[in-house]
Design a protein around this ligand. Structure first.
Ligand code: FE2
Ligand code: FE2
Length: 271
């Protein structure tokens, strides 16, 4: 099998009436963090696919071209599944959330219309350089299989994080192939990661304040959780911007192969 397999899966989603916003290990900060990420990628990943497809003709390395194609096809599966879960989240009713999502959509529209290929590919690489480290952390944390995590969300994120790890080198290799140079890449890490983290922070604030009123204090993000959320990204952000950074150096634990085999077995098709 190709190391970047394209799996088609359809995940079970909660019925709108049974959606529990604190679905990740009963921890508000982690749950809202994941929901914000899910809302973000549903708009980011179509942008990724369009940005990568636009430069396809500039890729002179046959193997890289196939990897980029597979990368795009994996991302296309991700956002289609997240859209289904996001509809459940939005049906829960969060004043101000749809407006924030519209602002995000306008940003990506602006990037597609007004920015250069180098900006867009750098943005994709800046996002991947951060979230692929996060994907490894999340899979190793045990949160997604926690007995108090809704298994439907656990499944969705486990599959998604697995495939992020499978295609972890592609955006970096593409950036290096087309442009190279760390200074601009580091700048795009700063821009893309800030863009993601601001969106997640805004979503968490909007959702938590709406949910505290109807579900109680369990939906409050505690000060310690807030501090951890604010500090935790920095190690990954700094690492991603260093001149020595490369995703080829990631330590991928052997357990990832078992997760990959499991989702290939569950898939309706694998190509
Ligand atoms: Fe993805
Ligand atoms: Fe990705």
């Amino acid at each position: 099998m190709h190391p970047i397999p394209v799996r088609r899966l359809t995940f079970e989603i909660p019925a709108p009436g049974e959606f529990d916003p604190i679905y990740a290990a009963r921890v508000a900060a982690v749950s809202y963090d994941l929901t914000g990420l899910g809302l973000y990628v549903a708009l980011l990943e179509p942008f990724i696919v369009k940005s990568m497809r636009r430069v396809m003709d500039q890729i002179t390395d046959e193997r890289l071209r196939e990897d980029v194609d597979r990368f795009c096809r994996q991302e296309a599966q991700h956002y289609q599944q997240h859209e289904r879960f996001n509809a459940v989240v939005l049906a829960h009713g969060y004043p101000g959330l749809e407006r924030r999502i519209e602002r995000l959509a306008a940003d990506f529209h602006h990037f597609l219309e007004r920015k250069s290929d180098r900006f867009r590919i750098g943005f994709v690489e800046g996002f991947e350089a951060y979230t692929n480290q996060g994907a490894l952390e999340l899979l190793e944390s045990g949160v997604l299989e926690h007995p108090r995590t809704d298994p439907r969300f656990g499944h969705l994120f486990r599959w998604h994080m697995l495939e992020e790890i499978e295609h972890r080198n592609v955006a970096f290799d593409l950036y290096e192939h087309l442009y190279g140079g760390n200074l601009y890449r580091a700048r795009m890490c700063w821009i893309a990661q800030g863009h993601l983290l601001r969106f997640i922070r805004d979503c968490a604030k909007i959702m938590s304040s709406a949910d505290v009123g109807r579900h109680g204090d369990q939906c409050q993000i505690k000060p310690l959780e807030r501090a951890i959320l604010a500090l935790r990204p920095w190690r990954k952000r700094i690492r991603s911007m260093l001149p020595s950074y490369t995703p080829h150096d990631y330590r991928v634990p052997p357990s990832i192969a078992a997760i990959a085999a499991r989702y290939s077995d569950l898939a309706e098709s694998v190509t």
